[in-house]
Design a protein around this ligand. Structure first.
Ligand code: AMP
Length: 446
C-alpha cells in the first residue's frame, strides 16, 4: 500500500547526537530513513557543534535539520524515528536530558498541528533553539512562517472551547488532569497544578467564582479576582490551559438542574453555609461533564468538599480518579487561602491559632489521649485564649468519610475547625488535621 501512495507531506526533522561517532550515526540514520518505503530525504543542512544547555555537564551536540517528503502518517513516521534512535544504541528509558547517540525530532509535519500524547507538532521548543532555526534557514525555510507557540496556559473562555480542547487531548491519547479553582491563586493551588503535572499528560485549571456556592451576605462580590497573577502562577507550575468562563456561560437564564449532596452537606461547613455544597457539587459536575478529565485534583484543606465530591463521583459514575493533595501552609502553620488576604494585620497574626488548636489535639492524641471530649476541650481552650477568633465549630470526625464518630474512645479521627476573624466584613477561615498522621504538610518560606 505504502509503495503506491504518492509522496506528499514535507517534513522537517531535527538531527542531534552527542555520544559516539556523532556525524556517522546521523548519516547512517538518514541513509536508513531513505530506505524506508514512503520516505525520501530531500536535503540535509550542515551539521554544527552546539553546547548542551539546561542539562548536567556532557559532551557537545552535533546538530542539523533534514527535509523529507513522506507519505507516512505522522505517528507512523514517529515510530520509524524511535526505532532508528533505538538501533543507534539510545537508551529509550533514560531521563530527558541524558546524553544520546542519536536524537531525531519531528519538527514540522506539513502545516499540521498535532497534540498527541507522544507527539506535539510544531515542536513546542523549536523557536527557542538556534541549533534548529539556523539549519532551517540554511534549507531555505522562512522561519518567520513558524507559528508562535501559544502562550501557556492557553485561555479558554467558552464552554465549546473547553470541550474541543479536551477532546483533542483525549483523542490524542493524553490523560487530562483538572484543577478546579475560584482564582486568587496561591501556592496551595500551585501544588495541585504541580501534582497534576506529575500525574497527567495535560493539565487544565479552571477559574470560576461560582455564585451558587455563596450564600446571601457572603463574600461573592468582593471575592478577589486576579486573573493576570493567576495565569502567571499557573504558567510557573506547568499548566497547559485555563478555563475562565463568565457566569452566563456556566448558568444561562434557563439553568435549573442541580446536584444536591445529602447528609454530610448539611453538617460542619454546610450548617453555617446552607446550599454551599449543592453549589460546589453542581459546578464540579458540570466541569467534569465538559472537560471529561481522567483525573481531578482537590486540596485536603477543604476536607469536607473532598469527601462530598468523592461520593458524588462514585454515585454519578464519573470515570475520574480523584486526588487529594496535602494542605500547603504558611511558615507559622496558617493554611494558605485566597481569603487570607482579607485579614487585617492583627487578625493575620492571630489566625495561626486554628492550626495551633488542631496541632495541640494531634499532639495529645499521639501522646495517648483517646477521649474525644478531652481532645476537644484542649483545642477549644486554646481557641478561647485568642480574642480575635470567634469559633464556629471544632469537631472530631471519622477519617475520609467525615461521619460522626461512635461514642467512646477513639482510635483515629480528623479534627476540623472554622472561625471568624475581624468584623464588618468578617472573614471565615477553615482548617483540618488528621490526629494520627505526622506533620508533613508543606510550608512556604516566610
Ligand atoms: P478554591 O479556589 O478556594 O475553591 O480552591 C481550589 C482548590 O484548591 C480546592 O481543591 C482547595 O481545596 C485547594 N486549596 C485551597 N487552599 C489550599 C491549600 N492551602 N493547600 C492545598 N490546596 C488548597
Amino acid at each position: 500500500m505504502l509503495h503506491s501512495d504518492p509522496l506528499k507531506t514535507t517534513v522537517y526533522l531535527g538531527l542531534g547526537a552527542n555520544l559516539g561517532d556523532r556525524d556517522g550515526q546521523i548519516h547512517h540514520a538518514l541513509a536508513r530513513l531513505s530506505a524506508v518505503p514512503g520516505v525520501a530525504v530531500e536535503q540535509v543542512s550542515t551539521l554544527r557543534d552546539t553546547a548542551p544547555f539546561g542539562v548536567p555537564a556532557q559532551p557537545d551536540y552535533r546538530n542539523g535539520v533534514a527535509r523529507l517528503i513522506t507519505s507516512l502518517p505522522a505517528m507512523a513516521l514517529l515510530a520509524v524515528l524511535k526505532q532508528l534512535e533505538a538501533e543507534a544504541g539510545r537508551d529509550m528509558t533514560a531521563s530527558k536530558g541524558a546524553p544520546r547517540p542519536l536524537d531525531l525530532d519531528l519538527l514540522l509535519y506539513g502545516d499540521q498541528h498535532i497534540d498527541h500524547r507522544d507527539l506535539v507538532v510544531p515542536h513546542p521548543r523549536m523557536m527557542e533553539r538556534n541549533f534548529v532555526l539556523e539549519p532551517l534557514r540554511e534549507l531555505g525555510f522562512d522561519v518567520a512562517r513558524l507559528p508562535l507557540p501559544a502562550a501557556k496556559p492557553e485561555l479558554l473562555s467558552e464552554p465549546d472551547e473547553l470541550v474541543q480542547q479536551s477532546t483533542r487531548w483525549l483523542e490524542g491519547g493524553c490523560t487530562v488532569g483538572l484543577v478546579p479553582t475560584m482564582g486568587a491563586l496561591h501556592e496551595g493551588h500551585g501544588a495541585l497544578v504541580a501534582r497534576a503535572r506529575q500525574h497527567c499528560d495535560r493539565v487544565l485549571a479552571t477559574i470560576f467564582v461560582n455564585p451558587l456556592q455563596f450564600g446571601a451576605g457572603e463574600d461573592f462580590e468582593r471575592y478577589p479576582r486576579t486573573l493576570d497573577g493567576d495565569r502567571a502562577l499557573l504558567a510557573r507550575h506547568g499548566c497547559d490551559a485555563v478555563f475562565v468562563p463568565d457566569q452566563h456561560a456556566m448558568y444561562g437564564p434557563s439553568f435549573c438542574s442541580y446536584v444536591t449532596p445529602d447528609a454530610l452537606a448539611d453538617e460542619l461547613e454546610g450548617a453555617s453555609r446552607p446550599g454551599h455544597f449543592r453549589g460546589v457539587a453542581t459546578v464540579v459536575a458540570k466541569l467534569f461533564a465538559m472537560a471529561r478529565p481522567t483525573d481531578a485534583f482537590f486540596g485536603r484543606k477543604d476536607a469536607q468538599q473532598v469527601a462530598i465530591l468523592r461520593r458524588m463521583t462514585t454515585d454519578l459514575a464519573f470515570p475520574i480518579r480523584l486526588h487529594e493533595c496535602p494542605t500547603v501552609r504558611e511558615h507559622d502553620g496558617l493554611a494558605l487561602s485566597s481569603r487570607n488576604r482579607y485579614l487585617a494585620p492583627e487578625d493575620r497574626a492571630a489566625a495561626p491559632v486554628l492550626f495551633m488548636a488542631l496541632d495541640r489535639m494531634r499532639g495529645l492524641f499521639q501522646a495517648g489521649q483517646r477521649d474525644p471530649a478531652q481532645l476537644l476541650a484542649a483545642g477549644k481552650a486554646l481557641l478561647a485564649d485568642e480574642p480575635r477568633a470567634r469559633l464556629d465549630y471544632l469537631e472530631l470526625r471519622a477519617e475520609g468519610s467525615l461521619a460522626p464518630l461512635p461514642p467512646g474512645e477513639i482510635s483515629a479521627g480528623r479534627a476540623l475547625v472554622a472561625a471568624w476573624f475581624g468584623s464588618a466584613p468578617r472573614t471565615r477561615l477553615i482548617d483540618n488535621l488528621s490526629l494520627g498522621e505526622a506533620d508533613l504538610d508543606p510550608r512556604v518560606a516566610p
